[in-house]
Design a protein around this ligand. Structure first.
Ligand SMILES: [Zn+2]
Ligand SMILES: [Zn+2]
Length: 119
């Protein structure tokens, strides 16, 4: 799984935390990570050659992507990383996400969403 860059500050890579994943078997679609591997948290050039063979057999159902440069975070919901700039973020979806994974999210993420909660 190659990790995308932060849509706001273009920082790369983002830190991936996986809350839910599935193993899928699609031998016809085996691909290796190309630049940065989110599962092994390393650049592909630094990893052993065989390590990324199984990465594409994983699908992240729910998780969190964090940008260490600007501090923004992006939820992965229903297998899809929601990488949107600030003005397009889906706050409703983010609240649901935070309620569900409260115990596993960094405190600052939980706090941020509580602050934007509408009355
Ligand atoms: Zn990989
Ligand atoms: Zn960023």
């Amino acid at each position: 799984m190659d990790i995308l860059a932060c849509p706001m500050c273009r920082s790369f890579p983002l830190k991936l935390s996986v809350f839910e994943h599935r193993e899928i078997h699609r031998p016809d679609k085996v691909r290796k990570c190309e630049l940065y591997c989110g599962f092994h948290r390393g650049f592909v050039k630094d990893l052993a050659e065989t390590e990324c063979v199984r990465c594409y057999g994983f699908e992240v159902g729910s998780g969190l992507l964090e940008c260490s440069s600007c501090g923004r975070w992006y939820p992965i919901v229903d297998d899809i990383p929601r990488m949107l700039p600030d003005d397009l973020r889906d706050r409703k979806l983010e609240r649901k996400f935070v309620e569900k994974w409260q115990g596993r999210l960094p405190e600052r993420v939980v706090a941020e969403v509580s602050q934007t909660r509408q009355p």
